[in-house]
Design a binder for this molecule. Sequence first.
Ligand SMILES: [Zn+2]
Ligand SMILES: [Zn+2]
Length: 345
Amino acid sequence: MKSAVYTKAGQVGLATIERPQIIEADDAIIRIVRTCVCGSDLWSYRNPDIESGHQNSGHEAIGIVEEIGEAITTVKPGDFVIVPFTHGCGECDACRAGYDGTCDRHIGTNWSNGVQAEYIRFHFANWALVKIPGQPSDYTEGMLKSLLTLADVMPTGYHAARVANVQKGDKVVVIGDGAVGQCAVIVAKMRGASQIILMSRHEDRRKMALESGATAVVAERGEEGIAKVREILGGGADAALECVGTEAAVDQALGVLHNGGRLGFVGVPHYNNRALGSTFAQNISVAGGSASVTTYDKKFLLKAVLDGDINPGRVFTSSYKLEDIDQAYKDMDDRKTIKSMIVMD
Ligand SMILES: [Zn+2]
Ligand SMILES: [Zn+2]
């Protein structure tokens, strides 16, 4: 079967590898129907030290269950499923508290990779996979796109708002105008925020966010951006949702909050030793981590998508075949597209 592999910094190719097999009793083999490129994949893509032939870090898909291990009771071959990037067990303390993105049992093995391929082995599948009614042919392309966001970006946007405890009437600032930031805007609206400001300087992204419920977009960055947000809100924000993963984004988030505000961060950190003590003088609550994909999908997000209440699939502004995976990465890296979807044959 074909699988994407990194060949050198700034280049992805295809390799022919063995089709994965069931190894453990709670494995499932999934035939991928749609997958995509994540903002976090670009860190591997750009890495100058990447070894040629390194497995892709893709981790978001929808697909068909092909085969199951003997311990699997929740899905059967032929089922259409969301393939989350996380692998919660559904039973440990963390999962029961709604933090399956950091399952207590699957530490270190809780994230998928290698999903930009024709088939994958999905471990710890019994609780983590989310069954979608019917078959892919029952859905429009637009609906398939929205279902695909439920593997990562939509639940990740949801997580930022959940850990920042966004409530009705809140003033919310979203830092990051990529797919997760766009989803965070959708969630802030779902949760009844009264004002939603997106930090963005790209016309297409500003437009999308305004259509999703953002009440203002701020192009300025740093101190200037913070001042602009405070001017629009007439003070600080109740919640800041950090969807980038850089120190500049965290500084931006902390800067827009009023004292006692809440920071939810879901950008995978690419900084070291940011001292927690720096928030002491502001009484800011800080929470964040890997999203609870399965919990949110099963509880609210799959229904919200199927009912047409939300349309997060709009973040996929271009589609490619697996053969064109290099272009799919390149266009995202060049910011020509918000998120690249891969359509499998
Ligand atoms: Zn992702
Ligand atoms: Zn668990």
